[in-house]
Design a protein around this ligand. Structure first.
Ligand SMILES: Nc1ncnc2c1ncn2[C@@H]1O[C@H](COP(=O)(O)OP(=O)(O)OP(=O)(O)O)[C@@H](O)[C@H]1O
Ligand SMILES: Nc1nc2c(ncn2[C@@H]2O[C@H](COP(=O)(O)O)[C@@H](O)[C@H]2O)c(=O)[nH]1
Length: 186
């Protein structure tokens, strides 16, 4: 892996806008979105090979994963091949991870991983966003009550001073902050 290539790691709690931010960076800055693997079922509109590689617990074991986590009773993992495929044609990759995955990326890739931690001012907004997104009420309840969701509301101590903290209350302002950040890299 050469140092010119970077991976932008978008992390934070469910509903903070990680996928929205990743899609913005992909389109505006021609980043390659790294598709990760999960054993959870697809949501309405999610497609295999586009949003995730949907796996079983046994097929997941055959992947060459850089890291793997359990989140809300499902497995998630990302591969080194995923990163390298993106870098073959793009200077920057973008990936959406939980905070545990973000810590692993920072530990394994150092400055090559640019960590963006998303929050909102009022956690109640997150519940509303998941509802508006059309998530099933049982899925929202499970997510909000999971210890991983609670954990990801705060930036891990080890990432303090290392991650860029971004409050995503207002989408127009968030785009401006992202554009400002990207001007440091392009
Ligand atoms: N600044 C914002 N203001 C209002 N709604 C937003 C904002 N950013 C994202 N959203 C909306 O909130 C919902 C959740 O966003 P998104 O799916 O990007 O979150 P996420 O962090 O990837 O969630 P998850 O971890 O559950 O997959 C989406 O419907 C998205 O359009
Ligand atoms: N450490 C990893 N976290 C991942 C990966 N792929 C997704 N995620 C994170 O999991 C939760 C739940 O995702 P959801 O799509 O079910 O809402 C979220 O925080 C994602 O960012 C991965 O490969 N590794």
């Amino acid at each position: 892996m050469d140092q010119q290539h970077k991976v932008f790691v978008i992390t934070g709690a469910a509903g903070t806008g990680k996928t929205t931010v990743a899609n913005y960076l992909r389109k505006k800055y021609d980043m390659a979105k790294v598709i990760t693997h999960t054993t959870r079922l697809p949501r309405a509109n999610e497609k295999d090979g586009v949003d995730y590689y949907f796996e079983t617990r046994s097929s997941m074991q055959k992947r060459h994963l850089l890291e793997q986590v359990e989140y809300d009773h499902h497995l998630y993992g990302s591969s080194i091949e995923g990163l390298e495929n993106g870098w073959r044609h793009h200077q920057f990759d973008v990936i959406v991870l939980d905070t545990k995955g973000a810590l692993t990326y920072r530990a394994k890739l150092g400055d090559q991983a640019v960590i963006i931690f998303l929050t909102v001012s009022h956690p109640q907004q997150l519940f509303e966003r998941l509802h508006i997104r059309g998530d099933h009420p049982d899925a929202i309840e499970s997510r909000i009550n999971s210890c991983e969701y609670q954990r990801d509301l705060s930036l891990p101590q080890e990432l303090k001073g290392q991650a860029i903290e971004l409050v995503n209350d207002d989408w127009t302002m968030t785009q401006q902050k992202l554009d400002q950040l990207l001007s440091r890299y392009i």
